[in-house]
Design a protein. Sequence first.
Length: 292
Amino acid sequence: MPETDLLVSTRGLTKRYGSLMALDQLDLDVPRGSVFGMIGPNGAGKSTTFAILATLLRPTAGTAMVCGADPIRQSKEVRRRLGYMPDVMGVYDRLRVDEYLEFHAAAYGIARSEWPELIEGLLELVDLDVKRDSMVDELSRGMKQRLSLARALVHDPDLLILDEPASGLDPRARIEFRVLLGELQRLGKTVLISSHILAELQQMCSDIAVIEAGRLLASGPPEAILEQLGSGRRVNVRFLDGETADYPVADEGEQANLLKRLISEGREVTEFTVKTHDLEDLFLQITEGIVQ
């Protein structure tokens, strides 16, 4: 893929803490306009990667480019082009919601005359317009997460880095957050996100990377990653006599032929259930050390 089509690119990115290897020769490419998910167990290196890309941590070795700039030598340019939402809440007490966003607009040097329209648009985008006058510390966790995202969007960045943004949210809040990410992609933003809610990553991400012990195991569209699990499709069949059987099938054609064959053999099929592998299966394989 041409470099102009990549918003993030790392080569040999390495971070050591004494004898601990947090990142080990990480090569990562994030396409422009994608929602790119990073999955892996705790301690895999996801947050370390994000901190380096966000100019908050210096790598031990290797290189990174973020929006065409080097996070070490061109940190101001990277921060101008990037919105970062860490896994630890970055909200302040004793501020109203609109004051919180005004503070960050001032920090980015945005003219005061632009604040009313900017803040109104951001609050509408994250569905917090009715909470404009509420105190930040009175918001629910889900609302604080949405406010934190609005803060990351204050300066209209090209790239959003979201570290476990749905952590601790209830199911309704996670759905709302997923819808919001889809809207950001439609607005032309590139989103780099990590999450342990793997089923949601599979639904919303155009690309994913699998990382463990600081090493990249695989990267690409979810469908391509899941090919590591083999054909990824099995059919569980239950017969009228109570017997059950499990059959591997390569695709829907084999699936249809299997059903025809069983019926032609006089088998009385009462259930015919297709099971496909998903990111949960892949995650379990990673944490068990099966994927190499």
